[in-house]
Design a protein around this ligand. Sequence first.
Ligand code: PLP
Length: 407
Amino acid sequence: MSTTPQHLQPEHDWSESGFATRAIHAGQDPDAETGAVVTPIYAVSTYKQDGVGGLRGGYEYSRSANPTRTALEEALAAVEGGAHGYAFASGLAAEDTLLRAVLRPGDHIVMPNDAYGGTFRLVARVFGPWGIDHTPVDLSDLDAVVAAIEPGRTKAVWIETPTNPLLGVSDITAIAALCRAAGALLIVDNTFATPYLQQPLALGADVVVHSTTKYIGGHSDVVGGALVVADGAQLPVGLTGPTGTMSLADAVAFHQNASGAIAGPFDAWLTLRGLKTLAVRMDRHCSNAAAVAAFLDGHPKVAQVIYPGLPSHPDHEVAARQMRGFGGMISFRTGDAQSSLDVCAKTRVFTLAESLGGVESLIEHPGKMTHGALVGTALEVPADLIRISVGIEDVADLIADLTQALA
Ligand code: PLP
């Protein structure tokens, strides 16, 4: 039996509409009673039943489903082109739920050798002791991916593209074909690209992961995560769900409810509010980042600029094929660890802070900040690496700020 909650019938089918229209309207019909054009914050834990089991719209208890979260989940599914969306308390809560749904002790997962540090920590330090093996590989090297997949034991390949913080790009279509042949799931962390720039499910992925804390929320005011499951996606070959044979979507829904790391109604509302403007923000993030990358690329104190939009990026061609734009994230190196720390300390418009994807520009030193947990592992990042999240301020102010910080 399906564990996916029933939802109210939408007034209109938005599936044929453009991206921005879906982001603004899908799952967000005006309130049936009042006409309120914005989905209300349903700050409620439980729902009156019309006789025992007489649920209105499928709502019973807010861990299982809440109307504000439903609106976000439907909107996320619509913008990713998936069948079902699930909203969580953080990106890592979404990842944790997904990995519990698709892996069992003795299984193996292939992951990027420059994955987000928190993903690596979760897989290696939390799932490792529960009997899950992982192999970090350079996912831009398809031969290395083939070599890492252990047929029968590898239940999933985890792609992050572009990666955090080295902006590695992997070919989703090519890896999807390898996964299909091996009976493994393809999971894509689409946090950096966003559904506006990249549509992994259309390229063959089974499930998309997001830290909605980043571009989808977009205003650095909420922590959240999401999973979007492709239409018809199944569990890895040979795996039975917690209550018997079930689809991947139903297994995720079961685990979301069973573990309970859901997005609360206010967080869901903030995330939904951010999602509505994702398309216009991403256009500006992309154009500002392209100008900043070109500036850094010609700067005498910059040793290397890593940006998928630059022809010097080793996978620029793949990025150009599978992304609508190259995003707002840039990493660069000065050649000297102390010089990089000095640059991070000197910017004024770029705020020194972790996280990314908000309207304001941020700068950070991954080796000492976001990716400090990786020191001493195969995923350790260079000590002179600087990561910037290029915001949507006036680009001249961003370039002037970097000019003075590098002087
Ligand atoms: N995935 C990527 C690519 C990230 O950058 C992050 C956080 O920085 C996460 C997942 C984890 O998300 P959260 O911090 O919302 O738990």
